[in-house]
Write a protein of this length. Structure first.
Length: 194
C-alpha cells in the first residue's frame, strides 16, 4: 500500500510540474501574440525564412510579398526564400511586380535553391536572378528561364551575363558558383544563412 502512495505522489508532482510549465508557456505565448511587432523588433539579427515550394501561384506570390513587408516592418536582417519551384501560374505582369518587390526591398532578399534535388525554373529562376544573394544546394538546379518576363535592368549582372545559357538550360551548384549566378553552394539552409 505504501508503494502505491509513493507512485501516486510522484504522478501528482509530475502533473503539477507539467501544468506549471504549460501555464508558463501559454502565458508567454499570449504575451508575444499581443505584441508581435514589439517582440520581433527585440530579436536582433533575425532572418525570416520563407519556404516557396511548387508553382508561384497567387497565394504563394501574396505570401512572399507579405513576408517581405513583415520583415521590413519588424526590422529583420534579411529574408531568405527557400526555393523549389518549376515556374509560375500567375500572369507575367504579376511576376514582374514580385521581382520588383524583391529587388526594391529595404531588407535584403536572398534565395537558396534547396534542399538537394530542388530546382528554380522559369519565373522562379528569374526571381532568383533579382535577389541580393543566391545559394544553390548540391544536386539542385537553376535555369530554363524561357522568355524573360522580369525587367532586365533588375537582374544581377552575373545572372544577365549567362542569360543565353539559362534560357534553355540549367546550372548545377558548381556551375552556378563558377558563373557567379550563385554566391555559394550550401547543402543546408543554415549554412547558406551563416
Amino acid at each position: 500500500m505504501r508503494r502505491l502512495s509513493t507512485v501516486s505522489a510522484g504522478l501528482i508532482a509530475l502533473a503539477v510540474l507539467f501544468g506549471a510549465l504549460v501555464g508558463e508557456y501559454l502565458l508567454a505565448d499570449s504575451l508575444a501574440s499581443a505584441r508581435p511587432a514589439q517582440a520581433a523588433r527585440s530579436e536582433p539579427g533575425r532572418v525570416s525564412v520563407v519556404k516557396v515550394s511548387g508553382l508561384l501561384d497567387p497565394i504563394v506570390v501574396d505570401f512572399v510579398e507579405g513576408s517581405i513587408a513583415a520583415a521590413e516592418r519588424t526590422g529583420a536582417v534579411a529574408v531568405v526564400l527557400q526555393l523549389n519551384s518549376g515556374g509560375s501560374a500567375v500572369s507575367n505582369s504579376r511576376i514582374a511586380t514580385l521581382a520588383a518587390r524583391v529587388h526594391d526591398s529595404s531588407v535584403p532578399v536572398a534565395v537558396w535553391v534547396g534542399p538537394s534535388g530542388a530546382r528554380a525554373l522559369g519565373a522562379a529562376a528569374q526571381l532568383a536572378g533579382v535577389a541580393d544573394r543566391v545559394g544553390v544546394a548540391p544536386g539542385s538546379r537553376i535555369g530554363r528561364t524561357e522568355e524573360i518576363i522580369v525587367p532586365r535592368d533588375l537582374l544581377r549582372p552575373a545572372f544577365a551575363k549567362v542569360l543565353g545559357r539559362l534560357e534553355s538550360g540549367t546550372l548545377g551548384a558548381g556551375e552556378a558558383l563558377r558563373t557567379r549566378v550563385a554566391a555559394r553552394t550550401a547543402p543546408v539552409i543554415g549554412e547558406f544563412i551563416i
